[in-house]
Write a protein that binds this ligand. Sequence first.
Ligand code: 4NP
Length: 152
Amino acid sequence: MIKVLFVCLGNICRSPMAQFVFKHMIEERGLAEQFEIDSAATESYNEMCHAGIHHGTREILKSMHVPFEEHYSRRIRPRDYAYYDYILAMDDSNIEDIQSIVGVDTDNKIHRLLDFANKPRNIKYPWYTGNFDETYWDIVEGCDAFLKHLKL
Ligand code: 4NP
């Protein structure tokens, strides 16, 4: 079982999008039983508000026919580091924030999702840009590259 935790700042836009895009991708490829997937935030504001998935993420997932369930924001916890095999962040600032919560990445588990792609880069907040399409295609590229990295 490969355990993957997708992480962003709020856990309402990018990381739940990555969680459900990746879930759909592995289901389509017959790999679902090999994975456990979840997503989390680096900040606690949305957890305190019991915030669900942002409507922009819901709309793009619906338009791309990617199934999703309800997901409520939760902050990454120190014990997630031991539990998950891969902690996949959306941008550089997420990496710093994750390390400040879980400590030093001694097992090399923390990566940016698009570090697996041909052009490593951050995935921008669609919360500010409003461009959920760009986020979606960046996430598809990253999830696909991550599966290639796993040789699956
Ligand atoms: P996300 O976007 O990190 O992609 O979920 C954000 C959502 C909420 C906030 C920031 C970014 N916020 O500050 O509440």
